[in-house]
Structures are given as structure tokens and as C-alpha cells.
Design a protein around this ligand. Structure first.
Ligand code: PLP
Length: 367
């Protein structure tokens, strides 16, 4: 089976992990954490980085750090991971959905403008599949209405919007370092920001809000979302290699693009203002294809090629509908992507031979 993704750990990961083990710094203190935070923030063009135990934790604490009044509305795309909605709801806010652009799969800025109310306080753009969202209209809306921008850049390490890296484009930028991400620590995440007060608050929330003046006195409830020095050791080695990782992703995308041309599929786009990192190579079946993405995945699997579906939209999630959210709302692009789209093997370890086999399998399935 040609797998969808495997991590590539061919840099100094083992050297750094060995150092962490040999020095005994395996918990959430140690040189790799500070170094990883500093390097990653700098790479993103942000002043501060606060490492977290996961991308979900990064989103959760980013939302909490903003201290928005209960009932504040936060606009996000329906087509995203549940982590975004969880983070908004747990911060006492209300998620407000918009649909996606049918080509870039990122949130549609015109629809964001239409959803702004007097209660809107933030926008959460998700740079899906490595392609940046169109930020200029979001910046204009944020400026005009006094909104925060909380980026979910979990799939967009190193992606650029008009020459600036994702994660450094708003108030707070959230990353995941899960094993299938472009930079991985196994499990892990980070929030980057230029605001020193927010960085402080994130550090406090990450570590149970221990008070500085008296350790076991708490004026607020935080959580344990600390990354370990062991994980940061891997992360630092990964950051050192990110240029190669992105080059590999772009190579994979170019190869698939050439090999899948002419099939009844929509392939990923790259806007003139974007530099995509093609986190995973997604394809969308044309309406003329007489089966859906789930059936396509089964047929590919029979040919030895694994794949994954796109997200199921937030407005189709029973756990959210049960809370009285999104009743009767429709987002046709998100609905279509959930049913007609899937992503192909695109991991950093994918060989050119396996890529060719995978592309041939798609060809055969769609023949
Ligand atoms: C992976 C991912 C996350 C969540 O990250 P975890 O580290 O798995 O918690 C959040 N948002 C998006 C868009 C993701 O792809």
C-alpha cells in the first residue's frame, strides 16, 4: 500500500533527542523548547512563539488568550477541522460559518464581510492544504471593524501570502506539528504573535496559570498544554530542514499536476499572490464522474493506493447541530468538497516511483 503520509526524520532529530535524553531534560524545560520557539517564530516573521502540546491546544489557548466577552462571534470556514469550532466554543464565543472558495478551498472573504455583525470580534482563516487565504480583504475588514485575526496555519508551514509567511499575518498564528504536518514533533503545536502581552498570557494559560508571585495560588484556570523538550528536539531538527520539506511538497504537486492533467478532476490552484506548500495533494471529482470520493478511495485502495477524504463541514457535524448551531444553513462548496474531494499520497518520504504508481491508479480509476 502506498501510504498517504509518513514523517521524514533525516536531519539531526536523533542527535538532539539523544542530547535531551543524555542530559535528562525530557520534560517541558530545556534548551530545545526555547530554541524551537525562537526559530519558528522568527521563520514566521513573528516576535514570539509559545509551543503547545498540539495544534488543537494552540487554537484553544489562542482563543482564550484574546479574552473576548461571552457571546462574541468568530467567523470561520465550514470546511475545516473540528478543533477550530471547539476552540471558539470553549472560549465562550459563537462560531459563525462561511463557505469556501471553490478553487482555493479557503474561506471566501466576500462571505466574511456579509457575516459581520456588531458582535463579531475575530476572523479565523484556515490556510487549507498549504494554500494561503486571501488576506488583504480580511485585513481591511479587521481594520474597519476592530477584529482580531487568528490564523489556523496548521497545514501551511512556510506558505507565503504576498511574500509574507502564514502564521505571521494576524494577531495570533496557530500551528500543528502532528506527524503528517510539514514540520512535526510527533504531537505538538505553537502559537506565534507579535504581541508580548498575548505571548505572556499564552505561556500562563499553557502552564495552569501559576501565579508568578506565589506558585500554588491561581487567579485563573489554565491547563497543561506544554510541549516537551524531547518533542522540541525533533521540532528544531525539522525546522532546520524545512526548505527541503517544502521543495519536496512542491515537487510532488508539480508531478501530480503533470500526470493528472486532462482527467475529470479539479486540481489544486496557486493564486498569483500565493506560494503554496501543497501540504497534501487534493483532487476534486468532476460531477461527470459517476461515483463519489468515498467510492474513489475504495477503488484506489484496491490498486494499492491509500487516500483520505477532505473535512466534513462544521454545519454537518451532529455535535455542533445538537448545540443549536448552524440549523438549516447550507454551504454548497464545503458540502461538495466533503463528498467529491480526497487527497492522494503526498508524504515527504513518497518516492517518485510511488508517486507515478499513485497517479497511474487515479488514471485507471477514472478511465
Ligand atoms: C492538523 C490540524 C489541526 C489540529 O492539530 P492537532 O495537532 O492534530 O491538534 C488544526 N487545524 C488544521 C487545519 C489541521 O490540519
Amino acid at each position: 500500500m502506498i501510504v498517504v503520509s509518513e514523517p521524514l526524520l533525516n536531519g539531526r532529530e536523533l542527535d538532539y533527542v539523544r542530547e535531551a535524553v543524555e542530559t535528562g531534560w525530557i520534560s517541558s524545560e530545556g534548551r530545545f523548547i526555547a530554541e524551537f520557539e525562537r526559530r519558528w517564530a522568527e521563520y514566521c516573521g513573528a516576535a514570539h512563539g509559545v509551543a503547545m502540546s498540539s495544534g488543537t491546544a494552540a487554537l484553544q489557548l489562542a482563543m482564550r488568550a484574546l479574552d473576548l466577552e461571552p457571546g462574541s462571534e468568530v467567523i470561520l470556514p465550514s470546511c475545516t477541522i473540528i478543533s477550530c469550532a471547539v476552540a471558539i466554543i470553549e472560549a465562550g464565543c459563537v462560531p459563525v460559518l462561511v463557505d469556501s472558495d471553490p478553487e482555493s478551498w479557503c474561506l471566501d472573504p466576500d462571505q466574511v464581510a456579509a457575516k459581520i455583525t456588531p458582535r463579531t470580534r475575530a476572523i479565523m482563516p484556515v490556510h487549507l492544504f498549504g494554500h494561503p487565504c486571501d488576506m488583504t480583504p480580511l485585513w481591511e475588514l479587521a481594520e474597519r471593524h476592530g477584529l482580531h485575526i487568528v490564523e489556523d496555519a496548521a497545514e501551511a508551514h512556510g506558505a507565503e501570502y504576498r511574500g509574507r509567511r502564514c502564521g505571521g499575518l494576524g494577531t495570533l498564528g496557530c500551528f500543528s506539528f502532528y506527524a503528517n504536518k510539514i514540520v512535526t514533533t510527533g504531537e505538538g503545536g505553537m502559537v506565534v504573535t507579535n504581541d508580548p502581552a498575548l505571548a505572556d498570557r499564552l505561556r500562563s494559560l499553557r502552564n495552569l496559570c501559576f501565579r508568578r508571585d506565589r506558585r500554588f495560588l491561581h487567579s485563573e484556570l489554565g491547563t497543561n498544554a506544554r510541549l516537551t523538550n524531547l518533542q522540541a528536539a525533533i521540532g528544531l531538527a525539522q525546522v532546520e530542514r524545512i526548505g527541503d520539506h517544502i521543495a519536496r511538497k512542491r515537487h510532488i504537486a508539480a508531478q501530480y499536476g503533470a500526470r493528472l492533467a486532462g482527467l475529470p478532476l479539479a486540481l489544486p490552484v496557486e493564486r498569483p499572490w500565493a506560494r503554496s506548500v501543497y501540504w497534501m495533494y487534493g483532487i476534486v471529482l468532476d460531477d461527470a464522474v459517476p461515483f463519489d470520493a468515498a467510492e474513489c478511495a475504495l477503488r484506489l485502495r484496491a490498486l494499492g493506493v491509500d487516500s483520505r477524504p477532505f473535512f466534513l463541514g462544521m454545519h454537518e457535524q451532529p455535535a455542533l447541530l445538537e448545540r443549536g448551531l448552524f440549523r438549516g444553513e447550507r454551504y454548497p462548496v464545503a458540502e461538495r468538497l466533503a463528498r467529491r474531494a480526497l487527497y492522494l499520497p503526498s508524504g515527504l518520504t513518497l518516492s517518485d516511483t510511488d508517486l507515478e504508481l499513485a497517479a497511474d491508479a487515479v488514471r485507471e480509476v477514472l478511465a
